[in-house]
Ligand binder design. Structure first.
Ligand SMILES: Nc1ncnc2c1ncn2[C@@H]1O[C@H](COP(=O)(O)OP(=O)(O)OP(=O)(O)O)[C@@H](O)[C@H]1O
Length: 751
């Protein structure tokens, strides 16, 4: 049996716990077999139920758009998805990619318009520089030949004049080059920052459902990979095109002066045109292969993340499965490398053939011009001028075409970035949406009006007529003075918030791509100030119900009302700011204790008394008291060696305090298994205080511990997507069904 050896001294970078050299090695054969199964199971995108279903459902719509476009159904609404592996190289697809050009340039332009302009100006000067150079070279040659012919040796000053011009031009060209490099560096850093921010901001706007779709996650990851390099590369290519166009036209003007232009020009153009067409084909083939490797790369990213994530380490080590993942990684990597190598060999062969072809055309051109010179159709300086111009003409044209092909390549790569930017949030809200406080005021006024009318009816008898509640709501909203100054808008604003009223009306929901409904026609009302417990088996739909209430998803049918208004009418960020919430998979922020708590209410980030008060409510004050720097202590070790690693329960206390930071403004407190990691005493303390913590606000909590559930005003038992039981602890015990069964089961265990 292998022994475990504890290494005390020695190299810090080496693992402290090692195994003996003869330790049992993993059976590679077993790994390979299992691996193949896993590959097939995990990697193939075709396995993705979400996409298959959606593709089937919406195939007719996809047909009407483009052969390469499909759509995914997400709740009620749809977004378009492009499957590049189905794309063909065609003129229309090239045009589609190049159509992105204004958007691509827009990225650099928006980041730094002045630097873009400066680069354009420098490119123009670089474009005309060869014309001056050819001109001065030819004039210098003329002077030398005249001197030889006339034997006049007193014209050295003219030679000096031209060489000085050449020197000045070289100097100017170096200075331009330096400015160009500096500008490009600065622009590159600005574009990087701009893209990073734009991607982060857009990511924040996207719905949760997008992140759960593997194809969209891949788009997001790919967009991250290409977003920084390619926008500037495109601009650089385009400026090169512009610069070479200037040179190209100038050289064309020169070449058309030659009597043999009808031979020279077509031969000079032949090689660039062929190179361009081949370049476009190779770019497309390389992009297509890149997109076809997606699933392998996705799995490789996953393995890299898995192996470097701290929380995964325990299982990786104890199950000894790290090697298995590394073998899987190697296999995927070699698959990609194989196809990379084949493609590289093909590309190199093609480019070598093209270079040979290019040499052939150049030699042909030199031959024609040399023959013209021998036949004295042109002078020796003309020969220099034409040979240089022909080379420059061919070079500039080839560069123009190859830059266009590179631009096309950049557009193809950046398509994924625009696919990402084109993803639009499906959960929207009206710009002038209802503010939570307004809705609460309106509800209070309407209720007060209702009560007053009922009192009047009561005092004058039932003949007083029928006043509908909706009419009364209008009265209350418009005037603010309902009946005899019982309650007014002005005194409402200073009134303490009463708690959120929540109503589910026949709400059904299924997760995108799933066939089964998670919730089926759920209806219930939570009155302001009530404390509700949601109970049910794992996977019953309790958390989903909370997610719908927070508008993280859209119900398939039915309505959710907050304070008697449809939830879709609300200003969503405002509504969410009035909810204190903690989910079971809460975040661990690698920040100080005070920041971890204060982030629950950004306006109180630096309000230590408020942070301390929130910490006391959950017991996080005891956590911070144990740390050397108290509330200033860093949590997590990613940025600081002395950062504290908290236990699961301690993290949960910190997260609970974060939720309590919103006490002042919140109308609803939602605790999704808030005490699952707390010890029995801590849990008891939190729930003993729950009435005090909720401060009259509505509170909804999910728990599997019936000792805490029993304290709720009302308990909803969810099962099979419906509310199976609804009542107080005593009522449900008396009912003697599911709740009673589960409660008694737990109670038995403690006897
Ligand atoms: N993002 C998702 N995409 C698809 N299905 C999901 C998603 N989240 C949850 N589900 C499924 O919906 C069902 C309800 O999940 P939910 O998290 O609401 O259950 P729960 O009652 O809160 O369970 P638990 O007590 O285990 O926390 C489960 O079958 C689950 O697999």
């Amino acid at each position: 049996m292998p022994q475990v050896i504890q290494v005390v001294d020695g190299d810090e970078s080496k693992p402290k716990i090692t195994k003996p050299a003869h330790g049992i090695e993993a059976d590679v054969k077993t790994i390979d077999n299992t691996q193949t199964q896993t590959d097939d199971k995990t990697i193939s995108p075709k396995d993705n139920e979400v996409i298959q279903d959606a593709d089937a459902t919406l195939s007719s719509e996809a047909d009407s758009t483009s052969p390469s476009e499909t759509a995914i159904e997400t709740g009620e609404k749809k977004y378009k998805k492009i499957d590049p592996s189905e794309e063909k190289l065609s003129l229309s697809n090239v045009a589609i990619a190049l159509k992105l050009l204004p958007r691509v340039i827009g990225l650099s332009w928006t980041a730094q318009p002045y630097l873009c302009m400066l680069m354009a100006i420098i490119s123009f000067f670089n474009g005309i520089e060869p014309i001056f150079r050819i001109g001065t070279d030819a004039m210098l040659l003329d002077v030398v030949m005249t001197a030889i012919k006339t034997q006049d040796m007193n014209i050295t000053y003219r030679i000096l004049y031209f060489t000085s011009i050449q020197m000045a031009m070289s100097f100017f060209s170096y200075v331009l080059g330096a400015i160009h490099s500096l500008t490009e560096q600065q622009l590159s850093s600005s574009v990087n920052t701009y893209m990073d921010l734009a991607v982060m901001e857009h990511t924040l706007k996207l719905d949760l459902s997008y992140f759960e779709d593997p194809e969209v996650s891949e788009i997001i990851r790919e967009a991250e990979g290409v977003r920084n390099y390619y926008p500037l590369a495109t601009l650089r290519n385009l400026l090169c095109v512009a610069q070479n166009l200037v040179t190209f036209f100038a050289m064309s003007a020169l070449l058309f002066n030659n009597s043999k232009w009808f031979l020279i020009v077509p031969i000079a153009l032949l090689n660039p045109v062929v190179s361009f067409l081949v370049g476009i084909y190779l770019s497309f083939a390389s992009y297509k292969r890149f997109t076809q490797d997606r699933s392998q790369r996705r799995m490789m990213y996953y393995i890299t993340d898995l192996i470097s994530t701290e929380s995964m380490q325990k299982e990786l080590k104890l199950f000894n499965i790290g090697e298995y993942f590394i073998e899987l990684y190697k296999k995927l990597d070699s698959q990609i490398k194989d196809s990379d190598h084949t493609e590289n060999v093909f590309q190199q062969t093609v480019w070598t053939l093209l270079s040979t072809f290019s040499n052939l055309t150049s030699s042909a051109l030199y031959y024609i011009i040399a023959v013209q010179t021998i036949h004295q159709e042109i002078t020796l300086s003309d020969m220099t001028r034409y040979t240089t111009a022909t080379a420059s003409f061919g070079y500039s044209f080839r560069t123009i075409l190859s830059d266009i092909s590179s631009t096309y390549d950049c557009c193809l790569r950046l398509k994924v970035v625009f696919d990402f930017f084109d993803l639009q949030p499906l959960i929207t809200y009206p710009e002038d949406g209802v503010k939570y406080c307004e809705s609460e005021d309106a509800m209070i006024l309407a209720n007060a009006a209702n009560e007053s009318v009922q009192n009047i009816h009561h005092s004058i008898g039932s003949d007083a007529g029928d006043s509908s509640p909706s009419q009364l709501t209008c009265i209350s909203e418009s005037s603010g003075n309902v009946i005899d100054g019982i309650i007014t808008n002005s005194n409402l604003s200073s009134k303490r918030r009463t708690g959120m009223k929540i109503e589910f009306r026949n709400v059904s929901f299924k997760y995108p791509g799933k066939k089964e409904h998670c919730l089926k026609g759920i209806s219930f009302v939570v009155q302001p100030g009530e404390i509700i417990a949601l109970v049910g088996y794992n996977g019953a739909g309790k958390t989903t119900l909370i997610k719908l209430m927070m508008r993280l998803y859209v119900p398939e049918s039915g309505n959710i009302l907050i304070n008697d208004r449809n939830i879709e009418d609300f200003d969503l960020p405002d509504l969410r700011s009035h909810v204190s919430i903690i989910f079971q998979d809460f975040n661990h922020y690698e920040m100080k204790v005070s920041e971890n708590i204060g982030i629950g209410s950004l306006s109180h980030m630096n309000d230590l008394p408020a942070i301390q008060a929130a910490a006391v409510k959950s017991g996080a004050d005891e956590v911070s008291a144990k740390l050397a720097q108290g509330y200033d202590h860093q949590l997590g070790r990613r940025f600081h060696d002395d950062g504290a690693e908290l236990s699961g329960g301690e993290w949960q206390k910190v997260a609970l305090s974060r939720a309590f930071m919103r006490d002042a403004d919140a109308g609803l407190l939602v605790l999704d298994e808030p005490t699952s990691a707390l010890d029995a005493l801590a849990e008891h303390e939190v729930f003993a205080k729950i009435r005090m913590l909720s401060q009259g606000k509505t509170a909804i909590f999910i728990s599997h511990r019936f000792s805490t559930v029993r304290n709720a005003d009302r308990i909803l038992v969810i099962e099979g997507g419906i509310i199976r039981e609804n009542g107080s602890h005593d009522q449900l015990l008396e009912l003697g069904e599911r709740y009673a069964e589960l409660f008694n089961l737990q109670a038995e265990a403690y006897k």
